[in-house]
Write a protein that binds this ligand. Sequence first.
Ligand SMILES: [Zn+2]
Length: 402
Amino acid sequence: MQLRYSFRLYPNAGQRIALARAFGCARVVYNDALRARETARAEGLPFPKTGDLSKTLITEAKTTPERAWLTEVSAVVLQQSLRDLDTAYRNFFDGLKGKRPRMGAPRYKSRKDTRQAVRFTANARWSITPGRKLRLPKIGDVRVKWSRTLPSTPSTVTVVKDSAGRYFASFVVETGPGELLPQTTPELGIDLGLGHFAVLSDGRKIDSPRFLRRAEKHLKKTQHALARKEKGSKNRDKARVRVARAHARVADARREFHHQLSTKLIRENQAIAVEDLSVKGLARTRLAKSVHDAGWSAFVAMLEYKAARYGRTLIRIGRFEPTSQVCSACGAKDGPKPLHIRVWICGACGAVLDRDINAAVNIAKAAGLAVTARGAQVRPVSVPAQRSEAGTHPTPQPSTAR
Ligand SMILES: [Zn+2]
């Protein structure tokens, strides 16, 4: 399978100029090709082939005064730009044929686009130098922050500049078998909860880490500062850049947290069950209320590819399970409970249940996993009396749990 690895790049001033030139040239070739195809279509001519466009828009154009500057960047970058346009067209046509979700027709790229990118394939002879820098043709040896180790040598690197003005190298790495983790026994259900980021069927509750909360707090501060700046002022522009940077930092911190947690859970467990977030209606009601909302699907996607990669199983519960209505210990269903009820006592078996952990256990059970309901039970002494249940519940059984 193919995996993407992203690393921060720190180009120097000269390299930033060279990269800006590469982004610009790739954009011009893309737009020229798009225009050639649009013109052909408007005139009822056949759809120009990529090979022909490459000849006229790159090879021949370089010899003209208007496009001579195309020689200043790697030819591979320009070829890849044509490939990108092909992909955009293919996706568009496949959408029309109903083979995939509908997409808009390819659009012209602008220098003001928030994301600029160029791609170097093996043909471009890019490399990683002995000094661990990224050597890019006609750009130079760019400093990289290697935050993770690449599992194998990548064939392709995409250099990206985001809206916050940061540069990244994104490598596509082909990973083969032979990386499977040794088999293990634990199985796990995860409830993507409201109060916590995730609650696990083994009784653990996971909150956002401090580095993410700090980044979020900083983002709020910059947003407030922006709101106070006068419209059209220089200070407002500066504040806007600060907000963009803070946004990017939150996104990075969140991704880092998702990576850490998903890797840990995949290592620890042989099988993991989660609710399928796409279950209709669920997103609008329960999830919409949560601040973690945006992060969950990215987190579940990470769990999924890591499971595939390391030989673990990820199961999505594809239908809505009334996870808070059923006792995970005995299976008795005693109806919905208002959200403020965090702990209750099962009327049938007397188990004292933590709402979130009970849900996580039920998710695991709905997936057919072998988990015990023990984690869902809390010590009876810690249970605040529920007014609605006072006088009606049986004596809680002593629990061996945590
Ligand atoms: Zn029960």
